[in-house]
Design a protein around this ligand. Structure first.
Ligand code: RB5
Length: 145
């Protein structure tokens, strides 16, 4: 699977840790920056990754800032994006099964590497359950129009 990654300085180290794990799983990883851990603005990186998801250049996005809050808020402003801010492994599974999230976000200042990796595994191994959940996603889609 093609997966795009983006972060600001607050999520930079966690992005690199998760990206390494996802590459080791055999996925194609695309790093949209930031690249040096320098101080940057998280909306710029949410935009880059989310536009790539909408354009289908990548199938999923993974975003990281200090808390994950700002970058997930920015991501959800892009039409077609369903970004889930993750903090536990059960919600990570639900983010796929119920919400069919096409982007996930995490906070580098609040989530340790091992939890982040477990959440990513839960998310990637889950399947969208459709049916009543699709009906709800259709209602969200209508809100974008
Ligand atoms: C940057 O200092 C910080 O505000 C950002 O990484 C993020 O936590 C915002 O939600």
């Amino acid at each position: 699977m093609k997966i795009g990654f983006g972060s600001d300085h607050g999520g930079y180290d966690l992005k690199n840790a998760v990206m390494k794990h996802v590459a080791e799983l055999g996925h194609d990883v695309f790093d949209f920056g930031s690249f040096e851990g320098e101080r940057v603005d998280y909306p710029d990186y949410a935009k880059k990754v989310c536009e790539a998801v909408v354009a289908r250049d990548v199938e999923l996005g993974m975003l990281f800032c200090g808390t994950g809050i700002g970058i997930s808020i920015a991501a959800n402003k892009v039409n077609g994006i369903r970004c889930a801010l993750l903090g536990d492994s059960f919600s990570a599974r639900m983010a796929k099964e119920h919400n069919n999230a096409n982007v996930i976000a995490m906070g580098g200042r609040v989530i340790g590497d091992n939890l982040a990796i477990d959440m990513v595994d839960q998310f990637l191994n889950a399947e969208f359950q459709g049916e009543r959940h699709q009906k709800r996603l259709d209602k969200i889609k209508k809100m974008e129009e």
